[in-house]
Design a protein around this ligand. Structure first.
Ligand code: ASP
Length: 313
């Protein structure tokens, strides 16, 4: 099992919180696998722990939209049954990954957005909360400073259009200061099934209604026993345009080692669109890869030999 808790220039004073966050997520998820449970349960449990941890840009503590709200996206995919469940732009759910699980298990549909997604979750037993319960003062302050920079004409207050206007050479150095604390997990169980999940509050100061790569099938998340399981974090717009999760899993299906395909995917992201981010990738034979082109990525790995976490590869 692999997890990530975002890829960016994680500052020293946030390092320990990121390491413990991914460690706790691994512990919560991996115990399902050691008991013979499903990869899907393991991924859902790990992502839930990170949604509940305010360190990350998922669930409570997420970045705020330009109008000061938390708006969440999540996807869960079962590579054995080829089932997927996604939600986007939800504002009243504490754990969108659990709503994604309900969509996966209990709906003929695959993806719900906004109030429709919230009503679906409510009708299947989830509690609706007030959006303010998800908002931290730390994030109000972060939004205020981003909007001040934007008003002052500093272009890095939002990602919009950077890759198209400026090209790969200028985009990367200008955006690495931005935090990407999206969370994700991939797992392989003893039945040979793969699963993947990704959950996010999206990018800081995003326009309400904006959906990033994280919850879109094949972009920030994908799982198929015939290829691989993947979760990404980073600047969502370029990742979406390249359908990068599916791109990486297709390479594994074609015979590339996940270790190599993960690095190739991040190189492609940068060379093609000036994008930046990180990836975790797990094949059906247990071989895996991780890569990032940001200064750091919070990652965790659990195998029969124990748990490992780190901030750099
Ligand atoms: N990829 C996410 C998005 O664009 C953000 C992130 O990974 O931090 O919504």
């Amino acid at each position: 099992m692999l997890v990530h808790g975002g890829a960016w220039a994680i500052p020293d004073d946030a390092a320990q919180a990121h390491l413990s966050g991914v460690h706790n997520a691994l512990e919560a998820g991996y115990k399902f696998l050691t008991r013979g449970g499903s990869a899907l349960d393991a991924v859902e449990a790990a992502v839930t722990v990170m949604e509940d941890d305010p360190t990350f840009d998922a669930g409570r503590g997420s970045f705020l939209t330009s109008n000061g709200r938390v708006q969440l996206d999540a996807l869960l995919m079962d590579g054995g049954r080829m089932k997927a469940g996604g939600v986007a732009c939800v504002e009243r759910l504490r754990n969108p990954i659990q709503a994604a699980r309900l969509v996966l298990e209990r709906s003929p549909h695959v993806y719900f957005v906004g109030t429709g997604a919230e009503e679906f979750a409510l009708s299947h037993g989830m509690a609706l909360i007030d959006n303010s319960e998800l908002v931290l003062d730390r994030e109000r302050e972060r939004l205020r400073s981003a909007q001040e920079r934007q008003a002052a004409g500093l272009a890095d207050a939002t990602f919009s259009g950077l890759e198209d206007d400026k090209g790969p050479e200028t985009a990367l150095p200008r955006v690495i200061d931005f935090s990407h604390d999206t969370v994700g997990a991939v797992a392989l169980d003893s039945h040979g099934n793969l699963a993947a999940g990704t959950s996010t509050g999206g990018t800081l100061n995003k326009t309400p209604g904006r959906v990033g790569d994280s919850s879109l099938i094949g972009c920030g998340c994908y799982a198929d026993n015939m290829s691989a399981a993947v979760s990404l974090t980073g600047w969502g717009e370029p990742i979406m345009k390249l359908v990068l999760g599916k791109w990486a899993t297709d390479r594994v299906a074609a015979g590339s080692a996940p270790e190599f395909s993960a690095r190739e995917a991040i190189t492609y992201l940068h060379n093609r669109l000036g994008g930046h981010g990180g990836i975790i990738l797990l094949g059906p034979d247990g071989r895996f890869g991780m890569a990032h082109n940001t200064p750091a990525m919070a990652w965790g790995l659990a195998t029969e030999n124990g748990l490992a976490t780190g901030l750099k590869l």
